[in-house]
Design a protein around this ligand. Structure first.
Ligand code: ADP
Ligand code: ZN
Length: 645
C-alpha cells in the first residue's frame, strides 16, 4: 500500500523472506555433513568390524580342505549347505604365533558323501549349522549401521555442545564457533555521514558513542550503562548500516552476525556460538556486536515450532541472556550489543527487560527529505546529468527504503552505461524505478492478443478510476509490458506529497482504484480473470484495517479490534481480540466496504466507457502511456460521479 502502485499483479507470493531461506539452507548443509559422517561411519564399520567377522577367514579350495583333514590339520568344522567354516592349525612357519586359523571353503555340489566319515576318522569336531536367520541378517545389515549413525550423531553433537573445540567437533568445521565477522575500527569506513534520513535514530544513538568512547566518564556522571539497543524497522531501512556507522563513529570493533546463524538443528550449537561471539568481542573490547534478525533466536518461548525445534532456541536465548547480563561490570572494556528486528512484539519479554535490550530505536522508511538525502549519498559515486533533479527523484519513490534507493541508483547507472551515456539522466532513473519494482522488462514474453487486450482494459480501469475519484494520487504511468515475477502490467501513481493521515474517504478511493482493474474486466467482458488476485488481496487488507484498526466502521464503532500483532499477522483471525460474533460482523463490514467500492468502480467505468475504450486502444498501440494520456482519454468525456455515490 505504501508504494502507491496499483500493480504489479503477482500470481505468486513473492514476499519470501531471504533470511528464512538462508536458514533452511544452512540447516540442510548442516544435516548433510552429518549424513556424510554417518555414511563414513558405516563404511568403517563394515570394513573393520563386520568384514573380519564374516569374510576375513581364509578361503581355501575344497581339495586343500580334504588334504588337511587327512593331514590332521583341521580342528573343527561347521557345515552348512553352501559353506563349511572352521578352525585349522596354522602351518605358516613365518608367523611367530602358531595359532589356529579360521578358514572357509565351498563344498562341492550335491554334497560329499564320505566327508562325515573322513572327519570322524580324523577325530575332528563337526557340527551342522542352521541357515542364517532372516532376523539375524536384518539386524546385522540394517539395525547395526543405524545404531552406529545414531551413536556418531550423538557423539558429534555432544562434542559440539561443549564448544566444538578439538576432537570430532573441531574437525567438523568448528560448528560451535561463531560465524560473526569482525571488522576492525580502521576498516569500518562508514559514519553517520553515510546514513540518510535517520536523524532521529542517530540522535538516540549518540549516547552509545559517548559511552563507548569514554565509559569512565559516562558512569562517573551517574548514567546507567547502556547495554543493548534494539533497532526496529522493516528490512532495508539501514539498521545494519546504522549499527556499523555507530561503530565507525566511536571507532570500535564491529561484530556482525545474524540471528539465523545461531539456529541449528542440534541443541547446544547456538548457545556455543553465542558464547564464542561474546568471548571474541570481550577480547577486542570496546566493541559493538550486531545481531540482525534477532527474532530468529529471541522469539518468545512457546511460539511456533521451527525447524530447529524449541529446545535449541531456548538454550541459545538463555545463553544470550546470560552473556548480556554478564558483561555489565567491565567498565574499562565496554561491549554494546545492537540487534535488529522488524517484529519487536514477538520477542521474548525477557530480552526487553531493563539492563538488556531496554532501548528501542525505530528506523522507518525515509520520508521525502530523507529519500533525497539518501539519493544524494548514493549518487556520490555516479555522475548525474546536470538537470538531474534529486527532489523530483525523491518524489517518485514513495515508500522506498534506503536499500531500494541504493538499488535504483545503481540500476540507473547501469542503464546509462548501457547507453554509453556520460551521465545518469532522469530518464534512466525512471526506467530504473520500474526495473526495481517490477523486474526487468520481458519483451520476449509472449502474450496472446486476447490476454493483452484483457490486461490493457484492466490497467486502464485502474488508471481511469484513479483519475475519476476525488482523492486518488495522479497517475504517472500505465504499462502493459509484461515484467518478471508474474506482473502482467502496472499502473503507477505518483503522490504529490507523503501522506501520514488519511481520511476514510481517501482510503475508500484507494480501494476503488485497486478494484478498478477487475471492475473494467467485468464491465467490458462481463467476465473476470485471475489477474486481479493481488489487487483483491491489497484491497481486502486495507478494508480490514479500516474496520479493525482505524475504527472506520459505523456498525463496529471506534474500537480497535486488532491485537498488537495484527499488522504482522498472516494467520487469519487468531490475533484479534474480538468475540466470534464481532469477528463475523467485521467480516461483513469488510465485505460491504469492498462490495461498495467494487460497484462504484464499475459504475464509474460504465459511465466513462468511451474513455475506457480510448485509453485501452492507446495502451495496446504504445504499450506504455503517461498520466497525460489518461487525462486526454477523459477529455471532453469525463463524467463525474453522481453526488449520491
Ligand atoms: P537493514 O539492516 O535495515 O535491512 P541495511 O543496513 O542492510 O538494511 O541496508 C542495506 C543497504 O541499503 C545499505 O548498505 C545502504 O547501502 C543502503 N541504505 C539503507 N538505508 C540507508 C540509509 N538510511 N542511508 C543510506 N543508505 C542506506
Ligand atoms: Zn490490477
Amino acid at each position: 500500500m505504501k508504494r502507491n502502485f496499483v500493480e504489479p499483479e503477482n500470481d505468486e507470493d513473492n514476499k519470501d523472506e531471504k533470511p528464512k531461506g538462508d536458514l533452511r539452507r544452512k540447516q540442510l548443509n548442516f544435516g548433510f555433513s552429518y549424513m556424510i559422517f554417518g555414511l563414513i561411519g558405516i563404511w568403517l564399520f563394515q570394513q573393520f568390524i563386520l568384514s573380519p567377522l564374516m569374510i576375513r577367514n581364509m578361503e581355501i579350495p575344497y581339495s586343500e580342505f580334504k588334504n588337511k583333514i587327512a593331514a590332521g590339520e583341521i580342528i573343527e568344522v561347521t557345515i552348512s549347505e553352501d559353506q563349511i567354516t572352521g578352525l585349522m592349525k596354522n602351518t605358516d612357519d613365518s608367523s611367530a604365533d602358531a595359532k589356529d586359523v579360521a578358514f572357509s571353503t565351498i563344498p562341492v555340489p550335491n554334497g560329499d558323501p564320505t566327508l562325515v566319515e573322513e572327519l570322524e576318522a580324523a577325530g575332528v569336531n563337526y557340527s551342522n549349522s542352521k541357515p542364517a536367520s532372516a532376523m539375524g541378517n536384518f539386524l546385522l545389515a540394517y539395525l547395526f549401521p543405524l545404531l552406529l549413525i545414531g551413536a556418531v550423531w550423538y557423539f558429534a553433537y555432544k562434542k559440539m555442545a561443549k564448544g566444538g573445540m578439538g576432537g570430532l567437533g573441531g574437525s567438523m568445521m568448528g560448528v560451535g564457533k561463531s560465524k560473526a565477522n569482525e571488522v576492525k575500527p580502521e576498516e569500518i569506513g562508514v559514519t553517520y555521514e553515510d546514513v540518510g534520513g535517520a536523524d532521529e535514530a542517530i540522535e538516540e544513538l549518540t549516547e552509545i558513542i559517548q559511552f563507548l568512547k569514554s565509559p569512565e566518564q559516562f558512569s562517573g556522571l551517574g548514567g546507567r550503562i547502556p547495554k543493548g539497543v534494539l533497532l526496529v524497522g522493516p528490512p532495508g531501512t539501514g539498521k545494519t548500516l546504522l549499527a556499523k556507522a555507530t561503530a565507525g563513529e566511536a571507532s570500535v570493533s564491529f561484530f556482525e552476525t545474524s540471528g539465523s546463524e545461531f539456529v541449528e538443528m542440534f541443541v547446544g550449537v547456538g548457545a556455543a556460538r553465542v558464547r564464542d561471539l561474546f568471548e571474541q568481542a570481550r577480547k577486542t573490547a570496546p566493541a559493538i556486536i550486531f545481531i540482525d534478525e534477532i527474532d530468529a533466536i529471541g522469539q518468545s518461548r512457546g511460539g511456533t515450532m521451527r525447524f530447529g525445534g524449541n529446545d535449541e532456541r531456548e538454550q541459545t536465548l538463555n545463553q544470550l541472556l546470560t552473556e548480556i547480563d554478564g558483561f555489565s561490570t567491565e567498565v574499562g572494556k565496554p561491549v554494546i550489543i545492537m540487534a535488529a528486528t522488524n517484529r519487536p512484539e514477538i520477542l521474548d519479554p525477557a530480552l526487553l527487560r531493563a539492563g538488556r535490550f531496554d532501548r528501542q530505536v525505530t528506523v522507518s522508511a525515509p520520508d521525502l527529505v530523507g529519500r533525497q538525502q539518501i539519493l544524494k549519498i548514493h549518487s556520490k559515486a555516479v555522475k548525474l546529468a546536470p538537470d538531474f533533479d534529486l527532489e523530483r527523484a525523491a518524489r517518485m519513490t514513495p515508500g522506498f527504503t534506503g536499500a531500494d534507493l541504493a538499488n535504483v541508483i545503481n540500476e540507473a547507472a547501469l542503464l546509462a552505461a548501457r547507453r554509453n551515456a556520460e551521465s545518469v539522466t532522469m530518464h534512466d532513473f525512471e526506467a530504473a524505478i520500474e526495473r526495481v519494482i517490477a523486474g526487468p522488462e520481458k519483451k520476449s514474453r509472449i502474450m496472446n492478443e486476447q490476454e493483452r487486450t484483457a490486461v490493457a482494459y484492466h490497467e486502464s480501469g485502474h488508471a481511469l478510476i484513479a483519475a475519476l475519484v476525488p482523492h486518488a494520487d495522479p497517475v504517472a504511468k500505465v504499462s502493459i509490458v509484461p515484467r518478471g515475477r508474474g506482473a502482467l502490467g502496472y499502473t503507477m501513481q505518483m503522490p504529490l506529497e507523503d501522506r501520514y493521515l488519511l481520511t476514510s474517504e481517501e482510503l475508500k478511493d484507494r480501494i476503488a482504484v485497486m478494484l478498478g482493474g477487475r471492475a473494467a474486466e467485468k464491465v467490458v467482458f462481463n467476465e473476470i480473470s485471475t489477474g486481479a488476485s493481488d489487487d483483491i488481496k491489497r484491497a481486502t487488507d486495507l478494508a480490514r484495517r479500516m474496520v479493525m484498526e482505524f475504527g472506520m466502521s459505523e456498525k463496529l464503532g471506534t474500537v480497535r479490534y486488532a491485537s498488537e500483532q495484527y499488522q504482522f499477522l498472516d494467520m487469519g483471525n487468531s490475533g484479534s481480540a474480538a468475540s466470534p460474533e464481532t469477528l463475523k460482523l467485521i467480516d461483513e463490514e469488510v465485505q460491504l466496504l469492498i462490495a461498495e467500492q467494487y460497484q462504484r468502480a464499475q459504475n464509474l467505468l460504465q459511465e466513462n466507457r468511451q474513455a475506457l475504450e480510448r485509453l485501452t486502444k492507446k495502451l495496446l498501440e504504445t504499450e506504455t502511456v503517461d498520466g497525460a494520456a489518461v487525462k486526454q482519454a477523459l477529455e471532453g468525456l469525463k463524467i463525474k460521479e453522481p453526488l449520491a455515490a
